[in-house]
Design a protein around this ligand. Structure first.
Ligand code: ABU
Length: 362
């Protein structure tokens, strides 16, 4: 892995805020309705459990209807237009038809998911791309859509590694898990989604969640611990999945935190820091909105183009006002029609190259 002085490679990213030069943006082609599985149930808002279970049991593995794809696609096109206009090179994964059953020797599902959220699958540590093992059976093969790009980056000098592919047998899940007490994933094998990490140079904050277990964190420490300090964090969030709508570093010395998801125990490093941890404003998504309980905090799921420019959902005026007050230049982009695919701008992208090197910020 390259160090502080080597910042010229085709793949180079150490934090969430250095000037963005190249990014992968997800696609909606090939998306299918998720199969109802216990790891999906664990992150479903309790208010939506019955409706969601019924819907997914009826639609699992079916292609997402064009009716929903069209408006979401227009938003995604606008995101790409904005990124290119800001001088960022945009790369796209290959489409996979997710409307096909997945079958392995140990389990099967009625279909896959989608390619909308590269952030969950890939993470860049300096000049290395790492494929996460993931933790949902329906997401097992998502990595395939990025292989063409990974091979190209590798041929151009990047490092490329895949974490051990999990078996995802029944031993990886606690089918008797109690909502609000612990996690649905066991410690049988390493599991993590890449989006459970926030990168701040030498310090990486990693959430224990329903998709990231302690064995996964141990695997990351064993392979990257010489370069990075991994700080395991937990939040008061019974649906914990992915850190990027919960603890969001925006620039050196400043992170947004989620007022509904307090950190359970602050790592020593964070206690002693001079950083500001500012509570994110509540979303403008009305409480009566059918998605409110699932998606309201995607308002925090933003993408930095650099330490000033940041892409924000166009309806989130309170968030934009706070950012302006803090000295940022928010760039509004409509994106709510993409929320049913599971994420907003941070999820929908993965930064491949940011101009800058490895530093300590704490
Ligand atoms: N990566 C999506 C996270 C969504 C949420 O925590 O609400």
């Amino acid at each position: 892995m390259s160090g502080a002085g080597d910042v010229t490679g085709v793949v180079n990213s150490w934090n969430e805020w250095d000037p963005l030069e190249e990014v992968i943006v997800g696609i909606l082609d090939g998306a299918a309705s998720l199969t109802w599985e216990v790891a999906f149930e664990a992150v479903t808002a309790v208010e939506h459990l019955d409706r969601s279970r019924t819907y997914h049991r009826a639609h699992a593995g079916k292609p997402i209807e064009k009716l929903y794809l069209g408006p979401a696609q227009r938003e995604l096109d606008e995101l790409v237009r904005i990124l290119k206009g800001e001088g960022v090179t945009v790369r796209r994964p290959e489409a996979i038809d997710h409307a096909r059953a997945l079958v392995t020797p140990l389990w099967s599902t009625q279909g896959g998911n989608c390619q909308a959220n590269p952030r969950d699958v890939l993470i860049v540590f300096g000049n290395e791309i790492l494929e996460a093992p993931m933790a949902w059976r329906s997401r097992y093969f998502e990595f395939l859509a990025y292989r063409k790009l990974c091979k190209q980056y590798f041929k151009q000098g990047a490092k490329w590694r895949a974490a051990p592919k999990p078996a995802m047998s029944d031993r990886s899940y606690d089918f008797d898990w109690t909502r609000g007490e612990g996690y649905v994933t066991t410690e049988f094998e390493p599991l993590f989604d890449a989006a459970d990490m926030s990168r701040c140079g030498r310090d990486i904050f990693i959430q224990r969640s329903h998709v990231t277990n302690d064995f996964g964190i141990e695997w990351l420490e064993a392979h990257y611990g010489d370069t990075f300090n991994f700080h395991r964090v937990e939040f008061d969030d019974y649906r914990a999945i992915h850190i990027d709508a919960t603890f969001v570093p925006l620039r050196p010395g400043l992170a947004l935190v989620n007022p509904d998801r307090p950190m359970k125990a602050w790592p020593e490093k964070l206690k002693k820091t001079g950083w500001d941890f500012i509570e994110a404003p509540r979303s403008t998504l009305p409480e009566s909105h059918p998605w409110y309980h699932s998606f309201r905090w995607l308002s925090m799921n933003m993408l930095n183009i650099d330490e000033k420019r940041i892409i924000v959902e166009a309806s989130e005026e309170p968030t934009m006002k706070l950012l302006r007050d803090l000295g940022f230049d928010p760039i509004p982009c409509p994106f709510r029609k993409n929320y049913p695919f599971g994420g907003s701008f941070h999820c929908a992208t993965v930064d491949i190259r940011r101009r800058g090197g490895l530093q300590s910020y704490f």
